[in-house]
Design a protein around this ligand. Structure first.
Ligand SMILES: [Zn+2]
Ligand SMILES: [Zn+2]
Length: 95
């Protein structure tokens, strides 16, 4: 699917691969420990470019509902924009 964030380049957004539930949990955990490692394994495991991997990792929420850019913490869409700051959030499921 295609995702887009007004704060990030490329402006037109990027195409992201499908993520299984297990992958969502996995990448979120790895990001929590090390965003750099999350970028590396996304490149290896999902075959995405370095640019796209960085884009994806930047937008993953560590904490469900919590915007990755501001203090807003009531996000409820899976790939929604924050109503406060407008940032794209990969607000993957609450585990
Ligand atoms: Zn962004
Ligand atoms: Zn926000």
């Amino acid at each position: 699917m295609k995702v887009q964030c007004k704060n990030c380049l490329p402006k037109e957004g990027i195409e992201i691969p499908d993520f299984s539930l297990a992958e969502k949990e996995h990448y979120r955990k790895v990001k929590e420990e090390s965003p750099i490692r999350a970028v590396k394994i996304l490149i290896d495991e999902k075959n995405v470019s370095h640019r796209d991997a960085k884009y994806i990792v930047t937008h993953i929420n560590i904490e469900y509902g919590q915007c990755n850019r501001c203090s807003f913490n009531e996000l409820n869409e899976e790939y929604g924009k924050c109503p406060k700051c407008g940032a794209l959030n990969f607000n993957w499921i609450k585990f």
